[in-house]
Design a protein. Structure first.
Lengths: 341, 279
């Protein structure tokens, strides 16, 4: 088996609550650039129960082919069943590249598949490219806590695999009516071969706005001094209708839970407006928010690195600035509403 | 009685590390070597499970000789035994080669006492991958359970466990047969200050250290740089953004300027009602 026998770019399609998760569509967009460069096809690997109809969405977002494993055994994600399906699909069709979203499911699956194949796997990539003539995938990622960027290669093994952070790549504009080839597959795994069972799935209902989906994120850092001081972040977020974000220090101090954390070890966010308040701007934080539409920093230290990464900066005391902003915003916004009536 | 193995790593503290801007390499002298913070939670969880169900906690690391210090830290947390594999042949290992070497060490530990459960931290703060744990699980043919934030129950007699696995917007309750491997989130526990007894024990403690030659059935081609499918081809410093406009004036003037910016995007605020104050 030589590496020339492998061709095509695949994206593992993650399905949640009957829908394709956004990162999978983003990866079809990124994968399309790679497959165009190589002159090969872009395929989605769709695994789940009652998922076949989702292939139409995948074609619209760029997939030429969809391999589908549609069976009750795949109702919930489980490493052993999904891994088995994907391994068999790989062995049969031999892709050159497989991309996965760097989600809890994608990372779990990719790690297992890489070990069994075996092949190389690059984690949390943020930049992808491919050498046109050799098909060598250039997967780049922040390393050492975001202090450096590194390009990782896998020269001698195929497929080349990478997990890619959500919200970094861009999905294509869907092309209604675009079609492709559906290839229905069946996996050899049986229920009795699987050693885990999903007993229950519990979804947070109290979390009204997920920070990685919000248009506005108001994030606070340790500059706010205490959990009490951090309340201004909650207040501003509530006023603006945004989600609360936090730096690593704040989460480690226990002022808010981990799912609010933005940065290298937290979430990547790309809201339309990002407030960084009392956040010094360590590189670990910057990598998680730098692609936001409008970045506004408020910090009392004029030398804080966060100002380098912001579109607008205010040097000042957050406890003075933020309440004032809330007050002015409420006034102005009420007036705006009145103006429209 | 459970035998729990926690896999740990000594890492440079990447939160404070300085990079050499000319070579884009780490200035190791700028950052202390610490026990990977996620691994402290893995060891703490192992110790807690030992207290709940009885048993032994062994820790395992791969690293250069100074990494003994990280094992001592685990003894302080409450681990019983420490094992280290240390050999030049391991150098340059990526996640695949690392999981191979650690698997060989766990096979050797299993001969001393069979292993019921392996616990890893979510990821290391220098590699940031989280791929080694699942890799070990696959090699030992155990179910890998990643992102575990709670161990609800272990039924030692019937040989199964129930854990909570963290998802992006909630968690799932999973039952797995034993033995299995889990990698744990930070929120699974708080690591308390160590007891004086454990600290004294740690000060005197010397782990078992194995070289490649001490392990069995090792294919040397799967170790270190040679056994690593991935290589780092290029390293560069992230581009420094140049910064934007500062809003000057007193507080009222500053917020007024900011407000005008926000009002340019007022469509974002028009239909918003909810907020994320839950914590």
């Amino acid at each position: 088996m030589s590496i020339e026998d492998y061709s095509g770019v695949w994206v593992f399609i993650e399905v949640k609550d009957g829908e394709v998760v956004p990162v999978s569509l983003e990866l079809l967009g990124a994968g399309k650039e790679l497959s165009d460069k190589r002159g090969t096809e872009l395929a989605g690997v769709l695994i789940g129960e009652n998922v076949t109809h989702l292939a139409d969405t995948l074609y619209e977002y760029g997939a030429d082919t969809v391999y589908v494993y549609d069976d009750t055994i795949f109702k919930n994600y489980r490493t052993e069943s999904y891994m088995k399906a994907l391994l068999e699909c790989c062995q049969k069709h031999k892709p050159e590249v497989i991309l996965y979203g760097a989600t809890s499911t994608g990372k779990d699956l990719a790690s297992a598949v890489a070990t069994d194949l075996p092949t190389g796997l690059t984690a949390d990539s943020t930049i992808l490219d491919i050498e046109e003539d050799t098909g060598l995938l250039l997967a780049s990622r922040p390393a050492f806590g975001g202090n450096i960027m590194a390009t990782i290669l896998c020269k001698k093994y195929r497929p080349q695999m990478a997990t890619v952070r959500p919200k970094v790549m861009r999905a294509l504009t869907p092309e209604p009516g675009r079609t492709g080839q559906l290839i229905e597959e069946t996996a050899s795994i049986k229920e009795e071969d699987i050693r885990t069972k999903v007993l229950e799935i519990v979804q947070f209902t109290t979390q009204k706005v997920r920070i990685d989906e919000a248009d506005i994120v108001v994030a606070g850092g340790k500059g706010l001094g205490s959990e009490k001081g951090f309340q201004v972040i909650h207040d501003l977020a509530e006023t603006l209708g945004g989600a609360v974000g936090a730096s690593r220090d704040v989460v480690e101090a226990g002022w808010v839970e981990h799912h609010h954390q933005v940065g290298q070890t937290g979430l990547t966010v790309t809201p339309k407006i990002y407030f960084a308040i009392g956040i010094s701007g360590a590189i670990q934080h910057i990598v998680g928010m730098q692609n936001s539409g409008l970045i506004i920093a408020i910090n009392n230290d004029p030398e804080a690195p966060i100002f380098q990464s912001s579109h607008y900066g205010i040097v000042g005391d957050a406890f003075e600035i933020v309440p004032l902003l809330i007050q002015q915003f409420k006034q102005a916004f009420n007036k705006e509403v009145v103006d429209h009536v | 009685m459970l035998h729990i193995v926690a896999c740990i790593k000594q890492v440079p503290d990447t939160k404070i590390i300085k990079m050499n801007p000319k070579t884009n390499t780490m200035d190791r002298a700028s950052a202390p070597a610490i026990l990977n913070p996620y691994d402290a939670h893995a060891v703490e969880e192992a110790v807690r499970l030992k207290k709940r169900y009885g048993g032994t906690v062994s820790v395992l690391t791969m690293g250069p000789p100074p990494a003994v210090k990280a094992i001592k830290k685990c003894i302080e947390i409450g681990a019983d035994e420490g094992y280290m594999i240390s050999d030049r042949a391991f150098a340059g290992a990526d996640t695949l080669a690392t999981s191979y070497a650690l698997t060989k060490a766990i096979e050797k530990i299993s001969q001393i006492q069979p292993v019921d459960l392996i616990i890893c931290g979510k990821m290391t703060i220098d590699g940031d991958t989280g791929q080694v744990g699942p890799g070990i699980a696959r090699r030992l043919d155990m179910p890998p359970l990643t992102s575990v934030k709670k161990v609800k129950e272990i039924n030692v007699e019937e040989g199964y466990a129930i854990v909570h696995r963290k998802l992006e917007d909630g968690y799932e309750v999973i039952q797995s047969t034993m033995p299995f491997l889990m990698s744990v989130e930070k929120e699974i526990n708080d690591v308390p200050y160590s007891s004086m007894t454990n600290m004294l024990k740690a000060a005197r403690y010397q782990p078992v250290i194995w070289a490649v030659a001490d392990l069995e059935d090792v294919e040397r081609t799967q170790l270190g740089l040679k056994g690593s499918p991935t290589i780092v081809s290029k390293v560069w410093a992230p581009t420094k953004p140049s910064g934007g406009e500062m809003l000057e004036g007193d507080a009222a003037e500053q917020t007024e300027k900011l407000l005008n910016l926000l009002l340019e995007k007022k469509e974002l605020f028009a239909v918003k009602g909810g907020s994320d104050v839950e914590h």
